[in-house]
Design a protein around this ligand. Structure first.
Ligand SMILES: [Zn+2]
Length: 56
């Protein structure tokens, strides 16, 4: 599954690569990855449902 986030450097929505799903201490999920275009690190807050679909 692919995930898009907003890249701060491109200032556009970009697909994220090297996705890692993390659970925060507050029980919410975050996706971390890098922009496919420029390699800038990106983070996106996920719903529990999205996190499940992404496989963790
Ligand atoms: Zn970018």
């Amino acid at each position: 599954m692919k995930l898009e986030g907003r890249c701060m450097k491109c200032k556009e929505a970009r697909e994220m690569k090297d996705l890692k799903i993390e659970k925060t201490t507050r029980g919410t999920f975050m996706a971390r990855g890098t922009c496919v275009k420029c390699g800038t690190r990106m983070a996106k807050i996920l719903s529990a449902e999205q996190a499940k679909q992404l496989g963790k």
